[in-house]
Design a protein around this ligand. Structure first.
Ligand code: FES
Ligand code: MG
Length: 575
C-alpha cells in the first residue's frame, strides 16, 4: 500500500488551510524553499551525529550531501537535523552516560517534527544503539547509515589496529620497551582517516548487528568510511528512504524477535564486543523483544567466531574484512542459523540480500570448518559474586584462566587502582585476581570502560601480560584479556562485589559458567549487614535523572521509563 500525499505524516503540518499550517509553510519559505520544493513530498530527516570533536564522523558533512542527493532524486524533501554527537574519544566520564540522552533526543526529534522518514547517521560506539533505540520507539520509517571503519593504521611498516594496538604498545612502553620517538610515531599512525575504529570493536560490532537486523542497506556496515562506495551507499539511503516513507515501512516491521536474534548471532560470529551485550538487550527491550543474558550465552555456545579481525584471531582489520566480502559474505557462512525470512529496509528478506555474496579470503572470513574460535565470542557467568550475571570473552583471554582460583586484590575506585598498579613494590602475584568496584552504571557513573585493568607494573616487568580481572565496569570492544565484566548487581547498589575483601579466594569455572567468592554465607551476611550505601553521586541535572532511572547491565542500562514494557509510546502530536 502506497500512501497518497495527503496521507503523509508531514501533511498534518503543511496541508491544512489554517493558521498553524500557514506558519509552517511560511517558515520553510523563510528558509528559501518554495511550496514546489516540499508540498506533497515525503520530508526526510537526516539525523546527523557530527561534531568537530567526533573524529569518527568527520566525513558526515559530505555524506549528508550524498543523502540529500538521493532524497531529491527520488522526489523527497531532505532536511538535516543535528543530534548529540556522543563521541567515544573525548566524552568524560564515559560516553555511556549519554547513550540514553541521544536515544531520547532521537525519539523526540522524530516525533516532534514533520518527518515522514529518517536517515540516522552514526557509527562511533554509543551512537548506533542510541539512534536505533530512539528510532525503534519513534517508529517512523528509518534507515541506519553507518559511518564505516577508518583505514588500517600504519607505523614503521606495521599495521596498527585502533585501541587493541594502543593497549599492547602501552604495556610495552610501561615495560620500558618503546622509545619516545616510537611512541610519537604510533600516535600519528594509528588513526589515519575518517571513520570508526577499524578493529572489531564496539563500533563495528554494533553496525554489523544493526546491518544483520535489517536496518542498513545490505552490507553497508563493512564499507570503509572513505571508500567511494560509502558515498554511493549514502545516496542510496536517501533514495530508498523516500520509498519507505511512501510505503509506511516502519521499524516495527523490521525489528522483530527474529531480527534481534540475527543481530545477536552475527555479534557472536564477528567477535562481539562485550558492550554489544548491553546494547542488544537495550534495543530488544525497546522493541518489546524478550532477549536476556541466558539467550546470549546459549547463542555464544553454538555460534563459532568466524571473523578473524583484531582484537580476535590473528589480527586482520575491517578494511581486510570488507575486501574479503564483508558482512554479507560472513552471514552466508552461518546462513543456516539465521532467520532468513526477516524483512530488511530495502524491502527484501535477509536471505534475498545474501544471494550472490562471496567469501574472497577465507583466512579473514573463516569457514565453519576452520573457525577462529569454536564457540562464539561471549560467555555469561553466574555465582555468588554475580547473581544477575557477568560476561567474559573467552576467545580474547589466555585459556589458562578458564579455570582459575586466586586471592582478590580489591580497588574501590579507579584513582586508587591507578596509583597502586604502577607501584613496583605492590604485593601481587600472577595468581591474584584484580578487582575494581564502584564502576558500574551508577557507581562509575555510566559504567566506564575500565574493565581491562592494567597489569601491575611489578608483573609487566617480569613479562606477564594477562591476569584474571573482575569489575562491574565495561571494557572497550578493542580490549582483550581475562576480564570479567558487567558484574550485576553492581557494588554501588550493594551487589555482592561490595562485600569482597582483599585476600578472599575467587574461583572462575568457565566450563560451568560460574564465578564465586569462596566466602561462607554466614560471613557474607555479616558483611552485608555492615554495608552502608554510598552517597548519591548527583543532586541535580542529567546525572540525577540518570541515577533515578538507569537499569543494571543485565537489563541493558536503558532508563526504565523508556522500555517498551513501561507503557505505550506517545502518539502523534495532536495540535
Ligand atoms: Fe569512535 Fe572508536 S572512537 S568508534
Ligand atoms: Mg570503543
Amino acid at each position: 500500500m502506497r500512501k497518497t500525499p495527503d496521507q503523509l505524516r508531514s501533511a498534518r503540518w503543511f496541508a491544512p488551510d489554517d493558521l498553524r499550517s500557514f506558519g509552517h509553510r511560511s517558515r520553510l519559505m523563510q528558509l528559501g524553499y518554495s511550496e514546489a520544493d516540499f508540498m506533497g513530498k515525503p520530508v526526510i530527516g537526516i539525523l546527523n551525529t557530527w561534531s568537530e570533536l567526533n573524529a569518527c564522523h568527520s566525513h558526515f558533512p559530505e555524506r549528508v550531501e550524498a543523502v540529500k542527493r538521493g532524497v531529491l532524486a527520488a522526489g523527497g524533501f531532505p532536511v538535516e537535523l543535528p543530534t548529540l554527537s556522543v563521541d567515544e574519544s573525548f566524552t568524560k566520564p564515559t560516553s555511556m552516560l549519554y547513550r540514553n540522552m541521544l536515544a531520547m533526543e532521537t525519539e523526540e526529534t522524530i516525533r516532534s517534527h514533520p518527518l515522514d522518514g529518517v536517515v540516522l547517521m552514526g557509527g562511533c560506539d554509543k551512537t548506533t544503539p542510541g539512534l536505533v533505540m530512539g528510532g525503534i520507539t519513534a517508529n517512523v520509517p528509518m534507515i541506519y547509515l553507518p559511518a564505516g571503519p577508518m583505514l588500517r593504521g600504519n607505523y614503521a611498516g606495521k599495521t596498527l589496529g585502533s585501541g587493541s594496538d594502543a593497549w599492547k604498545f602501552w604495556d610495552e612502553r610501561r615495560a620500558g620497551n618503546v622509545s619516545d620517538d616510537e611512541w610519537q610515531g604510533l600516535q600519528g599512525g594509528i588513526a589515519r582517516s575518517a571513520g570508526v575504529c577499524m578493529t572489531m570493536g564496539t563500533a563495528s560490532t554494533m553496525t554489523a548487528i544493526v546491518d544483520a537486523m535489517g536496518l542498513t542497506l545490505p552490507g553497508a556496515s563493512s564499507i570503509p568510511a572513505v571508500d567511494s562506495a560509502h558515498q554511493r551507499m549514502a545516496a542510496d539511503c536517501g533514495r530508498r528512504i523516500v520509498d519507505m516513507a511512501w510505503e509506511d515501512f516502519t521499524p516495527d516491521r523490521i525489528v522483530t524477535d527474529a531480527a534481534i536474534r540475527n543481530g545477536a548471532i552475527v555479534a557472536m560470529a564477528t567477535g562481539c564486543s562485550t558492550n554489544a551485550v548491553v546494547h542488544l538487550i537495550a534495543m530488544a527491550r525497546r522493541a518489546g523483544v524478550d532477549l536476556d543474558l541466558d539467550d546470549l550465552d546459549a547463542l555464544g555456545r553454538t555460534t563459532p567466531l568466524l571473523a578473524n579481525v583484531r582484537p580476535n584471531g590473528q589480527g586482520y582489520l575491517m578494511e581486510d574484512f570488507y575486501f574479503a566480502g564483508g558482512l554479507r559474505a560472513l552471514m552466508t557462512q552461518i546462513a543456516d542459523r539465521l532467520h532468513l525470512t526477516s524483512m530488511t529496509v530495502n524491502g527484501k528478506t535477509l536471505g534475498e540480500n545474501l544471494e550472490g555474496a562471496v567469501v574472497y579470503n577465507d583466512d579473514v572470513i573463516r569457514p565453519l570448518s576452520n573457525p577462529v574460535y569454536h564457540e562464539g565470542s561471549l560467555a555469561v557467568l553466574r555465582g555468588n559474586l554475580c547473581p544477575d550475571g557477568a560476561v567474559i570473552k573467552p576467545a580474547a583471554c589466555d585459556p589458562k584462566y578458564y579455570q582459575h582460583q586466586g586471592p582478590a586484590l580489591v580497588f574501590d575506585s579507579y584513582p586508587e587502582m591507578k596509583a597502586a598498579i604502577d607501584d613496583e613494590n605492590l604485593d601481587v602475584t600472577p595468581d591474584h585476581v584484580l578487582v575494581l568496584r564502584n564502576a558500574g552504571p551508577l557507581g562509575g557513573p555510566g559504567m566506564p570502560e575500565w574493565g581491562m585493568l592494567p597489569i601491575p607494573k611489578a608483573l609487566i616487568k617480569k613479562g606477564y601480560r594477562d591476569m584474571l580481572r573482575i569489575s562491574d565496569a565495561r571494557m572497550s570492544g578493542t580490549s582483550y584479556g581475562a576480564c570479567v565484566l558487567h558484574v550485576a548487581p553492581e557494588s554501588y547498589v550493594g551487589g555482592p562485589l561490595a562485600l569482597l575483601r582483599n585476600g578472599d579466594l575467587i574461583k572462575l569455572d568457565l566450563a560451568n559458567r560460574r564465578l564465586d567468592m569462596l566466602v561462607s554465607e554466614d560471613e557474607l551476611s555479616r558483611r552485608r549487614a555492615a554495608w552502608t550505601p554510598p552517597e548519591p553521586r548527583f543532586q541535580r541535572g542529567w546525572g540525577w535523572i540518570y541515577s533515578k532511572h538507569v537499569t543494571q547491565a543485565d537489563k541493558g542500562c536503558d532508563f526504565d521509563f523508556l522500555e517498551r514494557g513501561f507503557g505505550p509510546a506517545a502518539g502523534e502530536p495532536d495540535i
